[in-house]
Design a protein around this ligand. Structure first.
Ligand code: UT7
Length: 330
């Protein structure tokens, strides 16, 4: 089993966003904010919000189904699956177990990944290693996030940023020259509480007091997250490019985590990347956590913006602080 070394790459992608669209005007009616502030500071115009009763596993299963279809791979060919999420259906069990059942993947191993917004790229890199080593033939990597359930809808500095969504990719063997060419993963645990939900784990179980203090909602040190996002996303991109032996100009598209247009503009400026090489999806979807890079990748493939022979950089940063990047060829 372990004697095969082969190239692993993305064979097909899928995405799912819930039907309900919430505009900046809708938010302005709920709190002291306005379209001009949100657009100027973030670039976000709308976001999709999950229906009540819709779970992370539902969205994950739909995105996964679409990725399998696109890749032309059947459920019984999948050896392993991962679900990157910070908003699992339950604390126990893993959301991956529920998604496995929903997709009818009866023989696969399955696990969750909790790596913030870098979760999908972490999953793709892990899947790539499994396929390259011959431990698995086809691996399904899904990300699904329903942050709307963990937002304080009176905290205008946080809730305007996020949207719900899911994305997925099938990773499998690809010809030499294609597939994942390099990657980098990093963590800076000093800042683990710069984005976090204080209550709901074992340190502070949900209680009336936690609810009263709004500790069940996501807290974020916006400015700190902004500054470190730019720094780490640039560093990791440089490392992945160097490891692939490639230059900035060899990359056709830069798929950056979609958190804030200004973060992306800073990266464009600091790295010397023209904005037309950076797809922007946050205007419609907001920050969909680990799903965001996958949504941008799926859109780019769908629109024919990635052609055979192209090399693409994936790059994300989020809670933890955790980040990762990968260069992949198509
Ligand atoms: O996946 C990774 C997760 N997160 C991120 O990547 C987020 C990174 N951070 C950011 O995107 C930005 O820091 C924010 C968009 C969150 C905030 O932008 P900012 O330019 O850092 O604004 P600020 O927090 O300095 O706020 C400026 C002003 C404040 O008013 P005063 O104190 O100057 O009077 C805020 O109270 O804007 C006010 N403000 C708002 N006004 C209208 C904050 N939120 C809003 C709002 N509408 N929604």
């Amino acid at each position: 089993m372990m004697d095969k070394v082969r190239r692993a790459g993305i064979l097909g992608t899928g995405r799912y966003v819930p039907e309900k669209v919430v505009t900046n005007e809708d938010l302005s009616a709920m709190m002291d904010t306005n379209d001009e502030w949100i657009v100027t500071r973030t670039g976000i115009h709308t976001r999709h919000i999950a229906a009540s009763g819709e779970a992370a596993s539902d969205m994950a299963a739909e995105a996964g189904r679409r990725a399998l279809e696109k890749a032309g791979i059947s459920a019984d060919q999948i050896s392993f699956m991962m679900v990157a999420t910070g908003t699992p259906d339950y604390p126990i069990p893993s959301t991956a177990s529920i998604v496995q059942e929903k997709l009818g993947l009866s023989h696969t191993g399955a696990m969750d990944i909790s790596s913030g917004c870098a979760g999908l790229i972490h999953g793709l890199i892990t899947a790539g290693g499994m396929v390259s080593s011959g431990m698995a033939d086809y691996v399904l990597v899904i990300s699904s996030e329903i942050l709307s359930r963990h937002l304080d809808w009176t905290d205008r500095s946080v809730c305007i940023l996020f949207g719900d969504g899911a994305s997925a990719a099938v990773v499998g063997p690809v010809p030499e020259g294609e597939g994942i060419l390099s990657f980098d993963m990093g963590t800076d645990g000093r800042f683990w509480n710069s984005i976090h939900i204080p209550a709901g784990g074992v340190v502070q179980p949900v209680s009336e007091e936690a609810i009263r203090n709004k500790d069940i909602y996501m807290k974020m040190e916006g400015k700190k997250v902004f500054a470190w996002s730019v720094r780490r996303m640039k560093e990791t991109a440089d490392i992945s490019l160097r490891r692939a032996g490639l230059d900035m100009k060899d990359i056709s598209l830069f798929l950056f985590h979609q958190a804030n247009l200004r973060i992306i503009q800073c990266l464009s400026e600091k790295m010397g990347i023209p904005m037309d090489k950076i797809p922007i999806e946050l205007d419609r979807f907001g920050n969909t956590g680990p799903a965001s890079v996958g949504i941008a990748l799926d859109e780019a493939l769908r629109k024919g913006h990635i052609r055979k022979g192209d090399k693409v950089l994936l790059d994300a940063f989020g809670a933890g602080f955790i980040w990762s990047s990968a260069v992949t060829g198509f």
